[in-house]
Design a protein around this ligand. Structure first.
Ligand SMILES: Nc1ncnc2c1ncn2[C@@H]1O[C@H](COP(=O)(O)OP(=O)(O)OP(=O)(O)O)[C@@H](O)[C@H]1O
Ligand SMILES: [Mg+2]
Length: 222
C-alpha cells in the first residue's frame, strides 16, 4: 500500500480492492493515551465512521462506499473518490483566480449544495462532529456540485438541536478561519439548510446563535 496522506489521527493509503481504486484509512495508536483507552477510542471512531457513512448513503448523501473493515488494524477500506478535490482546495483556487465579488458568485451554488446536504444529514439525526472544508470533496467538474462528505470518525447519532447547532458552528469557524470573506457564503449555507431541514432548523439556528454568544464571551474573558 502506498502512503498518500498523514493526518493527526490517521494515515491514508492508496491501493486497489479487487481491481477497484481504494483508499485505506488506518487509525494509529497515540502513545500519550493509556493503551486500553486508546484501543477503545480507536475502535469507537472506526465504528462511528462506517455507521455514519452508511446512514448518509441511505438518505442519498454521497459518501465513499465502504468495501471492507479490519478492526484489528483499525483500517477502513473505502472507495477512492476519483477525480475529486477538497472543498478547501477548490475555494482557495477560486478565491485566488477571481475578484472577491466573482468568487462569491462562483461559490454560491456550492454553498447551496453544502447547506442542502447538511440539512438532509441533520434530518436523519447524523451529527458529523468535524465539519471542515477538508472533510468535503467535490467529484468531477466542481461546477457540477457533486458533494461527497468524508471523515465521520467523530460523528454520532443524536436528535438534539444543541448538537446540530454545534456542528454548524464548527463549520462556520472552520470556513471563516480558513477562507477570508466567506461570511456571506455561510449565510447561503444556512438558508439552504433551513429549506431542506424544514421541521427542526429553527431550533438548530437558535442553538447556533447561543453557541456563537458563548464563543464570543469566552474570547472576551480571554
Ligand atoms: N475516499 C476518499 N477518496 C478520495 N480522497 C480521500 C478519501 N478519503 C480521504 N481522502 C483524502 O484524504 C484526506 C484525509 O482524509 P480524512 O479527512 O478522512 O482523514 P484525516 O483528516 O486524516 O482524519 P482525522 O481528521 O481523524 O485526522 C481528505 O482531506 C481527502 O483529501
Ligand atoms: Mg479530515
Amino acid at each position: 500500500m502506498e502512503l498518500w496522506k498523514q493526518g493527526a489521527e490517521a494515515k491514508i493509503h492508496k491501493t486497489d480492492f479487487y481491481g477497484k481504486p481504494c483508499i485505506v484509512k488506518e487509525r494509529f495508536s497515540k502513545s500519550y493515551r493509556h493503551p486500553i483507552l486508546d484501543k477503545s477510542l480507536t475502535a469507537q471512531r472506526v465504528k462511528s465512521e462506517i455507521r455514519a457513512m452508511l446512514r448518509c448513503r441511505m438518505s442519498g448523501i454521497l459518501t465513499p462506499t465502504v468495501y471492507f473493515v479490519n478492526m484489528d488494524s483499525s483500517c477502513i477500506y473505502m472507495e477512492e473518490m476519483l477525480d475529486s478535490v477538497t472543498v478547501r482546495d477548490y475555494i482557495q483556487s477560486v478565491q485566488s483566480s477571481k475578484t472577491a465579488v466573482e468568487a462569491i458568485e462562483t461559490l454560491t451554488p456550492l454553498a447551496n449544495t453544502i447547506g442542502h446536504t447538511l440539512g438532509i444529514m441533520h434530518k436523519q439525526n447524523i451529527v458529523h462532529g468535524d465539519l471542515t472544508t477538508s472533510n468535503m470533496l467535490l467529484q468531477g467538474d466542481p461546477s457540477n456540485n457533486r458533494l461527497c462528505l468524508i471523515d465521520f470518525g467523530l460523528s454520532f447519532f443524536e436528535n438534539l438541536s444543541e448538537d446540530k447547532g454545534v456542528d454548524l458552528y464548527v463549520l462556520e469557524r472552520a470556513l471563516i478561519s480558513t477562507h477570508p470573506n466567506t461570511e456571506k457564503l455561510f449565510n447561503v449555507i444556512l438558508e439552504a439548510y433551513c429549506k431542506s431541514n424544514d421541521t427542526g432548523s429553527k431550533d438548530v439556528i437558535a442553538k447556533l446563535e447561543e453557541v456563537r454568544m458563548r464563543g464570543r464571551k469566552r474570547t472576551m474573558v480571554g
